[in-house]
Ligand binder design. Structure first.
Ligand code: ATR
Length: 283
């Protein structure tokens, strides 16, 4: 698709941003749907965020995706927030409104919910690893999918306690902070374990949990996608457990963003997944 003077503009803001798969992902859909649009990587230093946003608005950008380390700052700059952003305390999408305002959204909640939709969670107990911004989004997604109890475990246990207390008023599920020592008890009857910690990312340490304690039918999900096969997922697969990797969530969270930027409801397909796997393996 060649670009015209009316090309719809969007991009992703991060620092650094070169590692982001979002330009590949949106670029794939732009080609697939023959849209006169562009989605570009935008490396932006934290101190320049509001200046750059102002410039992008003036240049006709529809909005931007937001990645590390700007999600909390984006949340603070938005004058209107969706429920997911409010609960997560972070926005991963900003839209410039015609009245001059700035909408902050969090599509991670919908993305994770879509990637976990194959798992029957209604009325079941799940274990959530982590207590950061990603864990907050995961609590909302798990609650939306009907989990009745979410057991929250974190390296720093006090953060799990704080997160449970902060989100308890907004969700129906019971939020139970647990200590790492209670692992066996926590996972014994869990249908799903979701890792939202950054442990397992390329170059970092892996999580070390006894996966034999999980029921044979349990599913293990890791939102880390670089590498795609984290130590946790490899361990789970070796024990015959079903796994869901972070690429699923990444693809699904981009659907509402693409709709907002380019007005088309895109679909997540195996071809898109292959395209992103290729990009990941090329480093
Ligand atoms: P995000 O917003 O992406 O969730 P964050 O707020 O920095 O990022 O949270 C990172 C999460 O990964 C935290 O739960 C963190 O645990 P602590 O609260 O104890 O710091 C967790 N984490 C990071 N590295 C870890 C590691 N090596 N082992 C276990 N947990 C780790």
């Amino acid at each position: 698709m060649s670009m015209s003077g009316k090309t719809k503009l969007a991009g992703v803001i991060g620092w650094p941003v070169a590692h982001s798969l979002s330009p590949r992902l949106h670029g794939y859909w732009l080609r697939q749907y023959g849209i006169d649009g562009a989605y570009v990587p935008l490396p932006v230093r934290p101190e320049d965020l509001s200046t750059v946003l102002h410039g992008l608005r003036l240049s006709g950008f529809k909005g931007v995706s937001v990645t590390v380390p700007h999600k909390e700052a984006a949340f603070a700059l938005a004058d209107r927030l969706d429920a997911a952003a409010k609960a997560a305390g972070a926005a991963n999408q900003l839209l410039f409104r015609e009245d001059g305002g700035l909408d902050g959204l969090n599509t991670d909640v919908a993305g994770l919910a879509a990637s976990l939709s194959r798992v029957a969670l209604r009325g079941k107990s799940v274990v959530l690893l982590g207590a950061g911004g990603a864990a907050r989004a995961a609590v909302l997604a798990l609650d939306q999918l009907g989990a009745s109890e979410i057991r929250i475990m974190n390296r720093t246990q006090s953060r799990a306690v704080t997160l449970a207390a902060a989100l308890a008023p907004t969700v129906k599920a019971r939020l139970v902070p647990m200590a790492a020592l209670d692992w066996q008890k926590a996972v014994g009857d869990a249908v799903l374990v979701v890792n939202t910690t950054s442990a397992g990312m390329k170059g970092g340490p892996s999580l070390d949990f006894d996966l034999n304690a999980l029921p044979k039918s349990a599913v293990v999900c890791d939102i880390v996608y670089n590498p795609l096969e984290t130590g946790l997922l490899l361990g789970a697969r070796a024990r015959g457990l079903k796994t869901i990797d972070g690429l699923d969530m990444l693809m699904h969270q981009a659907v509402p963003a693409f709709r907002a930027f380019f007005g088309v409801e895109a679909t997540v397909t195996p071809e898109l997944r292959r395209e992103l796997e290729k990009a990941l393996s090329n480093g």
